[in-house]
Design a protein around this ligand. Sequence first.
Ligand SMILES: [Zn+2]
Length: 153
Amino acid sequence: MLTWKDVINFSVVGNPKPDRRVEKTTDQWKELLTSEQFRITRQKGTERPHSGALCSIYDEGKYNCMCCNTPLFDSTIKFSSGTGWPSFTQPIKTNVIKYEKDIAFGMVRVEVMCNTCDAHLGHVFPDGPEPSGLRYCINSESMQLEKEVINDN
Ligand SMILES: [Zn+2]
């Protein structure tokens, strides 16, 4: 389980190696994404709180990167933080997320990005629920929900 210490360590010393890399030009990303998705994921934008489609959805499934479809989070680690953005306590796997120190707006925060394609996802904070104490605060527009297929036979 990752803790705040691991997050700080990744942002200072370096991130784990991803299983694969997806790299595209700005024009190629523009073609694949809506303008809002492009603004958030490729230009480090933030959606308005409570505006995201995935904010109040708790269906079973995986939350994949909007840009490269890599699974990042899943519904078992999603929680209601009341902040207006989808929130998680852990990534699905350690090496799917990349951490970088962000000093924009006069605050020191840790930015979280997709480790496969460098899409901006949101930020991680040390005020989440136990046991990890982490709160990954992620834009809805950065993710697509891959619903679990329930086999009823
Ligand atoms: Zn990605």
